[in-house]
Design a protein around this ligand. Structure first.
Ligand code: ATP
Ligand code: MG
Length: 284
């Protein structure tokens, strides 16, 4: 019994999808031009597909699960479960118009021509804003549509915004925020569900670890209580005596955001030799 996963064959999500599986301790040989491969140390069969096709494969049960952008799941309107957001492939689907367009709000899109590869999501957005506009579906190079007179506005995926900028466009509305997700078939067999749970457990441990750091610092013993009170930690921190009398080494874990908030207070409280190191996996 194997779990069948669909991932992007090539493109923006391909490498991160394979990296995630690797971080979960799953080795797959990623042969170029292969359509299918198997993991050597987990009952997993991997299909390499165009991202557009992944939701359909999952709905049909040809693949049990898949890694695909949330934007694609929503656009394709297939019946799949989004079981986990994965934290990579982050982007937004945005409306953009030419820089010279004096844009004041969505009402300015009324009766305009909008070019996009996401007609379903765009139609939904327009409808919920009470706007009627013409949607022109095009499959690529959407950003050139205004320049060649095909459209007044576009709706396309953006991450840094540099492509829009280079094409003389400005971003005016965020229609959707997206990231890669793990999607699953609605009616998994119990054996597949068990394998998915096992995989999810590993993914969560990896995700948790990414956001969490291990911190080590030296503290004078008379400042220990104050320093410990500053550290959130999983339980209470580990405190070990240093060879130098009157000093201790304090170990704890904290989230990266918390670290930047408390670093100054730790130093002010007398902490020295502060080390922050990455954690590979974290199970709590
Ligand atoms: P395929 O050949 O598989 O159909 P594609 O050209 O449709 O690939 P990619 O450009 O590789 O797709 O993007 C895959 C996914 O990566 C997008 O659907 C989106 O979820 C995510 N993504 C993240 N940042 C961006 C970005 N700046 N532009 C486009 N997609 C992005
Ligand atoms: Mg595609």
């Amino acid at each position: 019994m194997k779990l069948k996963i669909a991932i992007q064959k090539s493109g923006r999500l391909h490498e991160d999808s394979i990296k995630l599986l690797k971080e979960c301790g799953i080795d797959i040989n990623n042969g170029v031009n292969k359509l299918k491969t198997e993991a050597s140390n987990f009952p997993l069969e991997v299909f390499f597909l165009r991202d557009d096709d992944i939701p359909q494969y999952i709905e049909d049960g040809v693949a049990d699960i898949g890694i695909v952008g949330e934007n694609v799941v929503l656009e394709k309107q297939k019946q799949v479960n989004i079981v986990q957001k994965l934290g990579f492939g982050k982007c937004r689907l945005s409306m953009a118009v030419e820089k010279s367009f004096d844009y004041t709000g969505v009402q300015d899109l009324q009766n305009k021509r909008i070019a996009t590869s996401y007609p379903v999501i765009v139609a939904d957005f327009l409808e919920s804003n009470g706007i009627t506009a013409e949607i022109h579906e095009i499959s690529g190079s959407v950003e050139i549509a205004p320049g060649i007179g095909l459209a007044d506005a576009i709706c396309d995926l953006v991450s840094s915004g540099s492509t829009l900028f280079m094409n003389g466009l400005k971003e005016v509305e965020t229609v959707l925020k997206s990231e890669a997700v793990l999607a699953a078939n609605h009616n998994l067999q119990p054996a597949q569900q068990q394998l998915l749970d096992k995989l999810l457990f590993r993914i969560q441990a990896v995700k948790k670890a990414k956001n969490t750091k291990y911190i080590l610092l030296n503290a004078p013993n008379d400042k220990l209580n104050e320093i410990i009170s500053l550290l959130p930690g999983m339980k209470s921190p580990t405190v070990l005596p240093l060879a130098e009398a009157g000093w201790s080494s304090v170990h704890s874990v904290l989230s990266e955001n918390e670290f930047w908030d408390i670093i100054e207070s730790l130093k002010a409280a007398g902490a020295e030799g502060i080390l922050v190191v990455p954690i590979e996996k974290m199970v709590i």
